[in-house]
Design a protein around this ligand. Structure first.
Ligand code: NAD
Length: 340
């Protein structure tokens, strides 16, 4: 079976999911939608994607701009086995209710939506089985995805008693010229910030164990997490080994010059990654320390790309294309050229 996938909302996440789906052997992109005929719409056509108007009343804008669309979303949605929604926060939920459910088509909404907006919350390592065959799933945010990977590695070697996480969040994505802050650090005054409970929506057995706080800083490249995890015991070597065995997370050494998010992105550029995406989570090896059974470590998250391979695995789970999450992860990684 070649799964027919429609991408509704071809922005930062949507265009990356389109490219990730297009390179898989068992799925194809039957179309992408745009709300307006901008450069991204032009480039989607140049890449060979069929372009549809996301909002039918705006179809004339594409014709007026000389961009050939294949119709509107209403013309293609019935042909899709599954829609990956890439629309902005809150619009994903509206699309789920007003569009996908009405057309009886399976859909993935993204991490800007709330946990109870969909049937369940997806991470390839933790909730693949729970989402198997489901109709409406939320692909959790970049931060939640990053934490799910590192906590999976830790959980594979020791019992987690409590995790405290400080998230240092990028202000905006690099393409955003409208928001800030430019010269401030903005604290989230909610305790816990929404991130801890969001991780718990995926890792149910950690309910009540993850306490997070967050600040936003003037940078665009990546988020950073400082983790403090109380366990029943693990050594630094155990943790480095567990990270090596866990998919889509790896250790880097500050001593080799990878001493900042800027250096990590430079590494990704040197690797020739499209859009300098770093889909895997880098953990600074020197930052891994164990004091009285409490693990301290720091990791970075490339916010625009870590969730992309998870979207591909989520498609396989929802369409019951592969029962084994590890096999799906391997297929996705191989096709996308990920490190592991
Ligand atoms: P974006 O603004 O880059 O892209 C959204 C796209 O959807 C735009 O092309 C916009 O024109 C289009 N759109 C607007 N209204 C639409 C509608 N009614 N129907 C279809 N398309 C519509 O946003 P993004 O950063 O890609 O975020 C999309 C979702 O992914 C959000 O839920 C966000 O929280 C989540 N997410 C974003 C990031 C990130 O760092 N950018 C990371 C993880 C998850």
């Amino acid at each position: 079976m070649t799964a027919k996938i429609l991408i509704n909302g071809y922005g930062s996440i949507g265009k990356r999911v389109a490219d990730a789906v297009a390179c898989q052997k068992d799925m194809e992109v039957i179309g992408v939608t745009k709300t307006k005929p901008d450069f991204e719409a032009k480039m989607a056509l140049e890449k060979g994607y069929k372009l549809y108007a996301a909002v039918p009343e705006r179809a004339h804008l594409f014709e007026e701009a000389g961009l050939e669309i294949s119709g509107t979303i209403d013309d293609v949605i019935q042909d899709a086995d599954l829609v990956v929604d890439g629309a902005p926060k809150k619009i994903g939920k509206q699309n789920l209710e007003n569009l996908y459910k009405k057309n009886n088509v399976k859909a993935i909404i993204q991490g800007g939506e709330k946990a109870n907006d969909a049937e369940d919350s997806f991470n390839s390592l933790w909730s693949y089985d729970r989402c198997y065959g489901k109709d409406a799933i939320r692909l959790v945010s970049c931060n939640t995805t990053g934490l799910c990977r590192s906590l999976y590695a830790i959980d594979s070697i020791t019992d987690v008693l409590k995790a405290r996480v400080v998230l240092i969040r990028r202000a905006v994505d690099p393409n955003d010229s409208k928001k800030g802050p430019v010269n401030a650090i903005i604290p989230s005054t909610d305790v816990p910030s929404h991130h801890g409970p969001d991780v718990e929506s995926v890792i149910k057995k950690f309910k009540g164990k993850i306490i997070s706080s967050a600040v936003i800083v003037p940078t665009t490249l990546m988020h950073m997490h400082s983790l403090m995890v109380e366990t029943t015991g693990a050594t630094k070597d155990d943790i480095v080994d567990a990270i090596a065995k866990t998919p889509r997370i790896f250790t880097v050494k500050a001593s080799e010059g990878l001493d900042s998010t800027a250096a990590l992105i430079e590494m990704s550029r040197d690797m020739g990654r499209l859009r300098y995406d770093l889909n895997e989570i880098p953990v600074w090896e020197e930052s891994i320390n164990v004091i009285d059974n409490e693990i301290f470590m720091m990791q970075a998250v490339h916010q625009e790309s870590d969730v992309i391979p998870e979207n591909v695995d989520c498609i396989r789970a929802m369409l019951q294309m592969e029962e084994d999450n590890i096999k799906s992860i391997e297929m996705t990684n191989k096709a996308m050229g990920l490190l592991k």
